[in-house]
Design a binder for this molecule. Sequence first.
Ligand code: ADP
Length: 698
Amino acid sequence: MSDTHEHAAGDSVPELKQRIRELTGMLNACRLRLPNAPTEAVRELAESEERFALAVRGTNDGIWDWDIRSGKVFFSPPWKSMIGYEDDELENVFATFETQLHPEDHDRVMATLNDYLAGSIPRYAVEFRFRHKDGSWRWILARGRALRDEQGAPYRMAGSHTDVTERKHDEEELRKARQAAESANSANSAKSAFLANMSHEIRTPMNGVIGMSELLLGTGLNETQREYLEMLKLSADSLLELLNDILDFSKIEAGRMELDAHEFDLSEVVTEISQAMGIRAFQKRLVFLHHIAPEVPVRLIGDDGRLRQILVNLIGNAIKFTHKGGVTIEVSLESETADRVTLHFKINDTGIGIASEMRESIFEAFTQAEHSTSRRYGGTGLGLAICHDLVALMQGRIWVESQPGEGSTFHFTAAFGRTSGISIKPKSPRFKPVVTAHSSMKVLIVEDGHVSQIVGARMLEKRGHVVTLASNGREAIDRCAKETFDAILMDVHMPGINGYEATARIRQSEKATGKHVPIIAMTANAMKGDRERCIAAGMDDYIAKPLRSDALFQVVEQFAKRSALPESAPPPPAPAPPALRTQIETPPFDLAEFRESTGDEKLMRKLVAIFSEDAQKYLRKAEKALTAGKARPLYEAAHSLKGMLGVYAAGKALKLSNELCEYAHAEDLKGAQLMLDQLKKECAILGDALLAAFGPGT
Ligand code: ADP
């Protein structure tokens, strides 16, 4: 070394210069290389930073980077703007992170973070509310990852914050909607259950009230008693009507209203309704007319029950809101195709009319044209809403034309199927007050309620059927084992063996005999599904309580013929109805039926003896009323005649007396006179025939 030094020191200048040049060259080379290396690294770093910045800027998410050891945190500008701050604000935002958390979320968020840092959960992802600068709460989704040292201790954690306020809001809306739907659903089913119960509870006592008043009306009453009783019956009927309206409306609301289509006769429907409603019109001294255009086909397929309901509602309103003048019903043909007809019904009145601003809304539920309406006229405002929905089910529409003070015309259209050659099972004919239209049946009534027993039994007995009573399922089964019945009316709800079970046991025992006794369920439940349940339990039909005589006869008597035939027998050839039926129109009365309805030869003779005197009394009353031009007493006399003629099963006379009632309703005194003349003749013939059958002097 020293040698070198010495050497160097002793070297020549040119040599030294050479060395310096060499060193400078090396230095330069180094210099050249040196700045190159850091530039590369810086550039890469810059690029990566730029990418990061781009990513940070390009996302709406807020990025944070937390140096756990120093506690320093980097927050990207979007992070700050997410909660309403400028980039240069909030230097130490992390210090306030905890305090900005929603108090309800605070503990959960901190626990999640600690669990993650402690390694007890694999991922850090948590949603929470964070306070915005403006004081509102933003929903934030935080996600992050930690870097850990060899011991697993976290020293750095970075992640993102996403503003999910809108999604949360949507979710909340959805949750609320779902909750609302769920509670509406459970409210709906609670409502249905309530209605089913209520309907049962109300119908059972109503059965007694209506049935008993119907029976009482058929007994000898003085004028005042009759009047009171009619009022009682009217109230009971309207209570039941209201109950039905509420049930219907809730069915429609729940989307469970369905039409029950079958073949029916339109003219029968219109005539029957006019008869029934005519009484009210008559009492208000209103002209009441109906007309079906000749081109309207009368055999139709549709739900005549619901059509009746619409008509009864509209005609009922028309009569209710009219004080002078009258009500007319017109049916015309709107359009037709090969298999469908659309009819146009028009119910016109000369009543109080409806103000123009109310004409649309009266078809909404619970709407009445005036607030004073319900006080003055009663009603619930449900009728037209139900009509509106029923008409829609019949593919029609309903509307009203009206002039306040002059009257209203309600129109509706409805589509029906046409009858064709294809056989469609017609609904059993509706009850017509011609007593001879049925033969006597043996009916077992199974019913635990005493009042219902009496009502059912008396109605059927008055109609000439023979009734046996059983108070419970056990008795019914025993009775059936010993006797044969043409039909059984079975109460569904009975203590001990209920109607379903009794039916099942009767059906079981029938397997051995091959017989099938028609069983008709009687229940005060009027909810949908009851009928299906009864049929499924092996019953043949169903009738709702309270029992109404026409419905009762209809449902029972549909089995009159069938029960006389062996179960497996083919339907009888067309021209071979039972002998009874072929002869019914000819004789003035039906002896067999008269006998069956009285059930007692002695009583029968007594009835024959008093016939002429009784009939004369009423005929004279009618004549007197007619001469005086008084429709009301005429109606009363005709009504009394009708009642007594029924006992004698006097088909033709009964029909005539019924028509006399109608003319009296309509105050058509000319028509009534013609009818009365015929009725007098028929009563004379009847009196002779009765005497001939039982011999004079009985
Ligand atoms: P309500 O049970 O009250 O009669 P509706 O739905 O049948 O219920 O009728 C609603 C309202 O429409 C009635 O309260 C009445 O104000 C009006 N209205 C209906 N029909 C007529 C009519 N023929 N004449 C006048 N107003 C009527």
